[in-house]
Each structure stands twice: as C-alpha cells, then as structure tokens.
Design a protein around this ligand. Structure first.
Ligand code: NDP
Ligand code: 8X3
Length: 251
C-alpha cells in the first residue's frame, strides 16, 4: 500500500521539491500552503503520478488546521509521514532595531505553527502506533549569527521540539528526526528581505549553495530507511559553507 506524506510549505522551495520527489517515489501526498493557485497547479502536475490532496491554510490558524485535518478524505486519513517544513525568516536586523511584526511572524509560524500542525496529526499517529515526523530546522537551530536573533531562536525552538517529540513519542514507535540545512537557494531570502530580489540573490552569489532538490533527496533518504533506523538529527551545508558566517566565495 502507498504511504501518505503530509508536507507543510509545499508551494515553494524545499517543500515543493520534496513534493515532486515523493510523488516520483510513489507516496500519496497531502500538500499544504497558503497560495492556493500554486497548490492547484501542483495538484494538476503531480496527480499524473500519485494521489494528491491539497489543504490551503495558514499554519497560524489553529481552527483552520483542525477543520482540514478532521475532514480529510478517507484514503488520506492515515498519515505515515509528517514533514514540518513551513517557515521563513522575516528580516535580518540587530535586536535593538528588530520589528515586532517580524518577531511575531517567526515565532507564530516557525514555532507555534509547527506545533499546531503536529497537534492535529500526532494523536492519529499515536492511535496508529506508527508514523515518522521530520522537522525542518536549520543551521540557525544550532548556532546564532549576527542579526539572526529571533529567527535563530525560533529554529533553536524547533531543535528542542524535535528532541521533545522524539522522547515523548518513543513509547508509540513513532520516529522523529530533524534536518538542519545551511543556505539553500529558494524563496527564503526574498521573504526575509520582503520581496527585494536583488538583495536576496546577493546572498547566494559567489558560491554554490544547496538546492531545494538536495534537501528533498535527503528527506527521501531519511524516510526510506528501514523501520529500526531513525535519523534523529542531520545537519547539511554546501561544501562552500563551514558555518553560518563562514562561506568560501570567489568574489
Ligand atoms: P520558501 O520561502 O521557498 O518556502 C517557504 C514555504 O513555507 C512556502 O511553501 C510557504 O507557503 C510556507 N509558509 C510560510 N509561511 C507560512 C504560513 N504562515 N502558513 C503556511 N505556510 C507557510 O523557503 P524554504 O523552502 O527555503 O524554507 C522551508 C523551510 O526550510 C523553512 O522552515 C526554513 O526556515 C527552512 N530552512 C531554509 C533554509 C534556506 O536557506 N532556504 C536553510 C535552513 C532551513 P505559502 O507562502 O504558500 O504559505
Ligand atoms: C536559513 C539559514 O543562514 O540562511 O535557515 O539564515 S540562513
């Protein structure tokens, strides 16, 4: 029987690449995001390969998430893999100049949103006594860099939640692990810099960053290990990157 994977943030970047990869690998997909036209386009594209159900919600909206999860079509009601990927950085400012609107967005989406989605799905996995949760952290979950303050804090929280989920769900046989990428060229920096494409593309100039497909490849590797193998915590950077602040660039 085909496994079902639910991916948050499937409309762009890492989530989109993962949706395409898992469709190719034969997973049924529940794809989530706020941009409905992208979800519809993706559903049309991937339905040739597999069954796709789309859910349009903002991860900050608890009640919308609950409503979507309780009205899943029967063939999508068993979720084998949850990929908690939705999230972004908003702004890159020193703490003294930071925007409270940006701080709220990062805490509400990256931390509380991840919790709300997990809360809607974990009880199903507990009943099933099976499931695999992948939390997308970041190198920012492991170290703090200048002006990264609240984004790094939100990803440190994801790291802690990844540990907490693994500990609490151990008794049910549910696998939990995090993947922590370094710089991946997606829409991430465009969102961080509020649509400033020039500033965003500069982030990835002069070196070869990771691509969303690299992370999709790793996600597929992690979820296709035999049941007794749980990759608990995986950090990956491009070869040119040694840490959040050390990137070998050729001017
Ligand atoms: P993108 O900006 O390309 O994608 C972000 C995804 O998250 C989109 O599909 C977006 O969908 C979704 N999303 C954002 N806010 C919300 C919301 N409020 N409700 C629902 N969905 C939301 O960035 P990436 O693919 O790079 O980012 C994916 C994850 O990877 C994030 O958690 C990010 O922190 C992490 N990451 C990224 C790195 C990078 O360098 N790119 C490095 C390390 C980690 P929509 O707008 O349609 O809702
Ligand atoms: C994103 C990593 O270093 O580009 O999580 O902010 S970074």
């Amino acid at each position: 029987m085909k496994k079902t994977a639910l991916i948050t943030g499937a409309t762009s970047g890492i989530g989109l690449a993962t949706a395409k990869r898992l469709a190719h690998e034969g997973y049924q997909l529940i794809l989530c995001g706020r941009r409905i036209e992208r979800l519809e386009q993706l559903q049309n594209e991937l339905s040739i390969q597999t069954k796709v159900h789309t859910l349009c919600f903002d991860v900050r909206e608890k009640s919308a998430i609950e409503k979507c999860m309780t009205s899943l079509p029967v063939e999508f009601s068993t979720i084998d893999v949850l990929i908690n990927n939705a999230g972004n950085a908003h702004g890159l400012d020193p703490i003294e100049n930071g925007s409270i609107v940006d701080w709220d967005a990062m805490i509400d989406i990256n931390v509380k949103g991840l919790l709300y989605v997990s809360k809607a799905i974990i009880p199903k996995m507990v009943d099933q006594k099976s499931g695999h949760i992948i939390n997308i952290g970041s190198t920012a979950a492991k170290e703090v860099y200048p002006n990264g303050n609240v984004y790094c804090a939100s990803k440190h929280a994801v790291d802690a939640l990844n540990h907490g989920m693994r500990i609490d769900l151990n008794q049910y046989g549910i696998r939990v692990g995090a993947i922590h990428p370094g710089m991946v060229e997606t829409e991430f920096s465009e969102v961080r810099f509020k649509g400033d494409k020039n500033r965003a593309s500069n982030v990835y100039k002069g070196f070869k960053p990771l691509e969303a497909d690299d992370i999709a490849d790793i996600i597929h590797f992690v979820i296709s290990r035999p049941y007794h193998v749980n990759i608990a915590d995986l950090m990956v950077m491009s070869t040119a990157q040694a840490s959040s602040t050390i990137v070998r660039k050729n001017n």
